[in-house]
Design a protein around this ligand. Structure first.
Ligand SMILES: C[C@@H](O)[C@H](N)C(=O)O
Ligand SMILES: C[C@@H](O)[C@H](N)C(=O)O
Lengths: 170, 170
């Protein structure tokens, strides 16, 4: 019976790109990510959640994604340039992040795996800034200085063996 | 050279559970998901993005996740019960959703895959409500009535063969 979680990874080579107040109508996400792709900027994690705001009468949402830290200045520049024409709000870059992920097969079938990862981080007072999940991966973004501590505490919490850790340095 | 996208799936058996204005300090996500797990409620996709608000002097974030539609009434009930003690904002359920996902190996290495999926949806005027990604999967939540149209347009956009579609009915 394979344990639901088989490894934990940390990636400190990324930055968070946040785009606020995107008009919530079809085509906006497409436009933003097409622009990044045209500039050869690979996007790793993308999260978009509930409507945050009704600004000036129309609904908008925020999107956050992670990109290579080296691409952050260009991403910020190209999006800031179109922000006013496209009706976007603030474009923000945060390079002070570490992306910590647990991987395993079929975690969906195990209620409590996400809670256990979050609880491990909470025990070390590590604040969770961003979350994205799939059946085989749960990703949390934390402050970069907390990355190694996060890796260790999750490693312990899930009893991972020597080969259970993967590090991508900054 | 395997195409980055090998299939598209639709799941109409889920509901979105949204929890607003969660005090942004360690332990809150853990507490919420531990409660759901205690009630045997499996959570599929979880997204948490930027800080939305500073409410009454402290920062808060929203979390959205998807759960089985059958679990929605109980999830809403148990979270509404603790909302005031835990300082949570509104607990909202939306059953009118379809979760559409594209799967493939190494999509991260292909800038533009996400943009292409979003553009396909935009062509049919389908609004994207929620987004979560990993290297092998990009998930969009759309209105349930748009689900089948979304499946078809993505299928076409990525030139998927007959075996490229998976449906999980409501
Ligand atoms: C906000 C953005 O995702 C928009 N809803 C779209 O479909 O493009
Ligand atoms: C909002 C919630 O994710 C909080 N930051 C936590 O770490 O639990």
């Amino acid at each position: 019976n394979a344990p639901p979680v088989r490894g934990v990874a940390i990636d400190r080579s990324q930055a968070r790109l946040g785009i606020r107040h995107i008009p919530d109508r079809p085509g906006m996400a497409a436009q933003i990510f097409a622009l990044l792709a045209q500039h050869r900027i690979s996007v790793d994690t993308i999260v978009q959640s509930q409507r945050c705001q009704v600004i000036g009468g129309f609904a908008s949402r925020d999107i956050a994604c992670t990109i290579a830290r080296a691409d952050a200045p260009e991403a910020e520049k190209i999006l800031t340039k179109v922000a006013s024409d496209w009706g976007l709000g603030e474009i923000a870059i945060d390079t002070d992040i570490a992306k910590v992920s647990i991987v395993g097969a079929g975690m969906i079938g195990h209620p409590g795996v996400a809670a256990k990862m979050f609880a491990a981080l909470a025990r070390e007072q590590i604040n969770i800034q961003m979350i994205a999940t799939s059946e085989i991966k749960i990703t949390c973004v934390v402050a970069e200085s907390e990355g190694v501590k996060a890796l260790k505490i999750i490693h312990e919490a899930f009893d991972l063996g020597g080969e259970g850790r993967i590090e991508i340095p900054a």
